[in-house]
Design a protein around this ligand. Structure first.
Ligand code: FE2
Length: 292
């Protein structure tokens, strides 16, 4: 006799993380802490004075050669990157600089006291323990503005593509600093998609290649990620979403009048091999974990 026995629902956070490739924690961060981080982020971009060499545009579609030095040297600094639509046809900003920045990164969690404190709380360390990555180190941070009207799309990708380790160890921590809705560019993901093969690897081009000094996206699997089954991860301010490094995710453009600020941290296992041609290098900063 055949019996229909459904698999029991996962009982622990770690089991849910393993099943879906992500876990959502609502109200993880107090609104006051979100607002303090937003205030500090606004201070950083208001103080930013762009010049010809810092007019770097962030895009996951293409990282231009001209941006390479500014981008590739940002692993141990705090550098601002413009929205693709920030400039008009004459190369002038369409709106004030603080409304034109796509994001800044990639080491404010180590260099700025406000970001350091936000990134290393007992609650976050305990959560990392419970999900099995409590001994990881924080390799990268990004503060993402998703500006009103011009907030850029982020195409479907995995974080492991950009932060490669052997074995795979990258974990993403995505904090909603403002409410994220489908309208203003919430994240979308494919539950269970972390079990699909990773499609690509973004890396530096090393000496000997015609494009040495730049970057390249190696295609490892030509099939695109399926779009069917993707779910939106609308998130109220203070929500934390933890993402497996192999989980495909994306976010649409923001055409709404509301910004969608988010803060992301990426953590890796310090015992895993970290290739010298990963785009992200931190020659001046030792890596620190969730407990400092
Ligand atoms: Fe990502």
């Amino acid at each position: 006799m055949q019996t229909d026995v459904m698999a029991p629902p996962p009982t622990s956070l770690a089991e849910r993380f393993d099943r879906d490739g992500f876990v959502v924690f609502e109200d993880f961060v107090h609104p006051a802490a979100c607002e303090a981080l937003r205030d500090r982020a606004n201070q950083i971009v208001t103080a930013f004075e762009p010049d010809a060499t810092t007019r770097s545009v962030f895009s996951t579609n293409e990282q231009t050669r001209t941006s390479d030095e500014y981008f590739l040297g940002s692993g141990d600094k705090i550098r601002c990157f413009f929205e693709e639509e920030a400039f008009d046809a004459d190369g002038e900003l369409r709106q004030p600089v603080e409304r034109s920045i796509n994001k800044f990164g990639h080491a404010q969690h180590d260099l700025d006291p406000t970001f350091d404190a936000f990134s290393r709380t007992p609650e976050l360390a305990a959560l990392a323990d419970s999900l099995g990555f409590g001994s990881h180190v924080l390799v990268q941070s990004m503060y993402i503005f998703k500006q009103p009207h011009i907030g850029g799309e982020v195409t479907c990708h995995t974080d492991h593509t950009f932060i490669w380790t052997d074995p795979v160890s990258c974990v993403g921590l995505w904090f909603a600093i403002e409410d994220a809705t489908v309208d203003n560019g919430a994240m979308w993901t494919l539950p269970g998609g972390h079990r699909l093969p990773v499609k690509s690897r973004f890396r530096r081009v090393t000496a000997g290649d015609a494009h040495a000094g730049g970057t390249v996206m190696d295609q490892l699997d030509p099939d695109p990620y399926p779009t069917e089954g993707m779910v939106s991860l609308e998130a109220a301010q203070g929500t934390l979403i933890v993402l497996d490094g192999r989980l495909p995710h994306l976010s649409g453009p923001n055409r709404s009048p509301r910004s969608r600020h988010a803060y992301t941290l990426h953590a890796i296992d310090p015992t895993a091999h970290y290739p010298a041609d990963n785009w992200l290098q931190r020659p001046t900063l030792p890596l620190r974990g969730f407990r400092g």
